[in-house]
Design a protein around this ligand. Structure first.
Ligand SMILES: C[S@@+](CC[C@H](N)C(=O)[O-])C[C@H]1O[C@@H](n2cnc3c(N)ncnc32)[C@H](O)[C@@H]1O
Length: 292
C-alpha cells in the first residue's frame, strides 16, 4: 500500500497562509480559507507574470522562496476589491444633500469651510459624487472652501481617480443621464469628468493601517465598504483614529452592510438613518486627575 503524497497541497496551504499573513500585516485584511476562489481569480495574472502556470504553483513558490518587498506590494494590490460606483447606495447621498450639508452650512457659517474625507475612495466615484452635490447647489456654497480628500491604499486606484476618466460601463452605474451630461464630456473611449468637479477633490495614497497625515479634523468622514474586509482589532484601531480625526459635531458614514456595534463605543448610530454615526463625546478628565 502506498501513502498518498500530500506535498503539493501542503505547499499550496503554506502559500495561502503566507499570503493571508501578508495581507493581514500590510493592509489589515482578513483572508479566510473559504476565500480560496478569490485567490484563484485575483492572482492569475500575477502568477503568470512570475512564470507560474497555475495559482497553486505560485502560492507554493511564495512559501518556498519567500516574498520580497516589491512582490508583497503587488500581491496586496492584486487582492484588493476596488468595487465602487457613483452614488453607491444612493441613500447616504440623499441624506448628505437633504440634511447633513444644510446642517453643516448653518454650523460652519462663520468659517465657511467644510472638510470631507473619503477614506477608501477606490477609483474616485465616491468623493466625486459628493463633489457633484456641492456643484449642483452652487449658489448655496458661493464663497465657501470645500475641501474633499479621497484616499486609498491602492496606488493604481488613486492614479485612476486622479485621471477623472471613466468607461462607458462605469458612468452607466449610478449616474443619471442628467448628471452624465452635466459633469462629463465624451473623449474617445472615455468619459472625462469636468475640471471643476475634479478640482474639488484631492487624492492621496493612504493605508488605513499606517500613519495618517491629513491635517485639520474633518466634518464628514465616509469609510464605506472597507471595514468589512478588516480584522476585528484593525477595525477597532481605524475607528478609534477616525474618532480623533472627526470634529465633535461631525458625521461618520459607513457602508450599508457595516456597523460599529460590537466593535467600538466611540460612535453612536443615528437610528433614523442607517449607516450614519455620531462621534460619542470624549469623557472629560477631572482637573484633579489631570494634575496627578
Ligand atoms: C470595495 S472598495 C469601496 C469603495 C468605496 N468606498 C465604495 O463604497 O464604493 C474598498 C476599498 O478599500 C481599499 N482598502 C482596502 N484595504 C485598505 C487599507 N488598509 N487602507 C486603505 N484602503 C484600503 C481598497 O483598495 C478598495 O479600493
Amino acid at each position: 500500500m502506498t501513502t498518498p503524497d500530500t506535498r503539493p497541497d501542503n505547499g499550496r496551504d503554506a502559500g495561502f497562509d503566507c499570503l493571508a499573513a501578508l495581507l493581514r500585516a500590510r493592509a489589515g485584511l482578513e483572508l479566510a480559507r473559504s476565500k480560496t476562489y478569490l485567490v484563484e481569480s485575483r492572482l492569475g495574472p500575477l502568477a503568470r507574470a512570475h512564470g507560474c502556470v497555475t495559482v497553486s504553483a505560485f502560492l507554493e513558490s511564495l512559501a518556498r522562496d519567500g516574498i520580497g518587498d516589491a512582490l508583497a506590494a503587488d500581491l496586496v494590490e492584486a487582492m484588493l476589491n476596488n468595487e465602487t460606483f457613483f452614488f453607491r447606495d444612493i441613500q447616504p447621498f440623499d441624506l448628505l444633500r437633504q440634511r447633513i450639508l444644510p446642517q453643516l452650512r448653518a454650523a460652519r457659517a462663520a468659517s465657511r469651510r467644510i472638510r470631507i474625507w473619503s477614506a477608501a475612495a477606490s477609483t474616485g466615484q465616491e468623493p466625486y459624487s459628493v463633489a457633484m452635490l456641492f456643484a449642483e447647489d452652487r449658489a448655496s456654497w458661493e464663497g465657501w472652501t470645500i475641501d474633499i480628500v479621497g484616499t486609498d491604499i491602492s496606488r493604481r486606484a488613486v492614479a485612476r481617480a486622479r485621471s477623472g476618466l471613466y468607461s462607458q460601463f462605469e458612468v452607466q452605474r449610478g449616474l443619471s443621464i442628467h448628471r452624465l451630461m452635466a459633469h462629463f464630456e465624451k473623449t474617445g473611449e472615455h468619459w472625462a469628468l469636468s475640471p471643476d468637479i475634479r478640482a474639488m477633490v484631492r487624492f492621496q495614497p493612504l493605508n488605513l493601517l499606517g500613519p495618517w497625515s491629513l491635517g485639520a479634523p474633518f466634518d464628514i468622514i465616509l469609510c464605506r465598504n472597507v471595514l468589512m474586509y478588516l480584522a476585528h482589532d484593525c477595525k477597532q484601531d481605524v475607528l478609534a483614529r477616525i474618532h480623533r480625526h472627526l470634529n465633535p459635531d461631525g458625521r461618520l458614514i459607513l457602508g450599508a452592510a457595516e456597523t460599529v456595534l460590537g466593535v467600538t463605543n466611540a460612535f453612536v448610530p443615528d437610528w433614523q438613518n442607517r449607516g450614519l454615526y455620531l462621534p460619542a463625546p470624549v469623557p472629560q478628565t477631572p482637573a484633579f486627575a489631570r494634575a496627578v
